[in-house]
Design a protein around this ligand. Structure first.
Ligand SMILES: CC(C)(COP(=O)(O)OP(=O)(O)OC[C@H]1O[C@@H](n2cnc3c(N)ncnc32)[C@H](O)[C@@H]1OP(=O)(O)O)[C@@H](O)C(=O)NCCC(=O)NCCS
Length: 162
């Protein structure tokens, strides 16, 4: 299924709140970036950051006009590197391959328009769906044992521009 990426807007805040329904879901999604309970004020601050040159974030829509996901890119322009994060598919839309299509388009923007040379990310080692997704997109895990965050192992992965 094809998906369409559109810049994250204030209208999408309610979607994120409906998709992230528990503190554990929030941590899986965004690590320690937000405090539980997730609320409009924190997401409004995230939106404001998204409107600076250092970050781009998108809501993902499916071909039937349903919002189905979210992803974000933090950009370090001098280094031409970026960090992929806040990757999420709506709970009711998972396991249909939408995340792969969403990330394919995010990578196209990152290595195309934005001109990055390297992308990195961090993912909890026991988040099987996310680790498999990133591996399928070509990300490679570091050899180093990952850092621990909130007593969970974080795997650091990178992908270089072709
Ligand atoms: C990770 C996430 C984005 C994947 O979205 P999705 O649209 O369901 O992913 P896909 O359908 O493309 O599946 C990705 C891979 O994971 C596998 N997978 C998906 N859900 C799984 C599950 N619950 N258990 C085991 N494997 C799973 C799929 O089989 C697929 O593997 P394959 O490439 O070997 O076929 C989604 O599960 C999600 O939003 N999770 C919560 C937030 C999160 O963890 N974000 C990542 C932060 S680093």
């Amino acid at each position: 299924m094809t998906v369409d990426l559109r810049p994250f807007t204030g209208d999408d805040i309610a979607l994120l709140l409906s998709w992230v329904g528990s503190s554990s879901a929030m941590r899986l999604w965004a690590g320690d970036a937000f405090r539980w309970p997730l609320d409009e004020a924190q997401l409004a601050a995230y939106l404001a950051e998204t409107r600076t040159p250092g970050r781009r974030s998108w809501t993902t829509w499916d071909g039937r006009g349903q919002a189905v996901g979210h992803a974000s890119l933090r950009v370090d322009f001098p280094a031409r590197s970026g960090r992929l994060g806040r990757v999420l598919i709506a709970p009711q839309a998972r396991r249909r391959g939408l995340a792969g299509e969403m990330l394919r388009q995010v990578l196209e923007v990152a290595f195309g328009d934005v001109g990055l040379r390297r992308l990195e990310l961090g993912v909890y080692s026991d988040n099987v769906a996310a680790v498999r997704l990133y591996e399928r997109m070509g990300f490679v895990a570091d050899d180093q044992p990952g850092a621990d965050e909130c007593r969970q192992r974080v795997v650091h992965m990178t992908l270089d521009a072709q």
